[in-house]
Design a protein around this ligand. Structure first.
Ligand SMILES: [Zn+2]
Ligand SMILES: [Zn+2]
Length: 95
């Protein structure tokens, strides 16, 4: 299970979360720094490259390509996003 870092919605798969996160950027406001930006994808990539963790996670969530055909930086961000959003159910079973 994965949890959205911006609204705590949960999805069954990482890809489901990728689809969901698009809803946070479609109004031209960055969900990480709450700034209105003209080109959200450009903004997120630039900020992620400056090293901000929140933007790296968001950038990782915006990467659509499969891991074998994306660059090292995208892969790093996607791995970070995967780990940051993954919810482990260990210890929460009712049995
Ligand atoms: Zn969300
Ligand atoms: Zn931002």
């Amino acid at each position: 299970m994965f949890r959205c870092p911006f609204c705590y919605k949960t999805t069954a798969t990482f890809y489901g979360l990728v689809i969901h996160v698009e809803t946070h950027i479609k109004y031209g406001r960055c969900p990480v720094c709450d700034e209105e930006v003209r080109n959200i994808k450009h903004h997120v990539r630039a900020k992620a490259r400056q090293g901000g963790r929140g933007h790296k996670v968001l950038y990782g969530l915006l990467v659509r390509a499969r891991s074998y055909c994306i660059g090292d930086f995208k892969k790093e961000c996607r791995d970070l996003a995967y780990k940051a959003c993954e919810v482990r159910s260990d210890g929460y079973t009712s049995s």
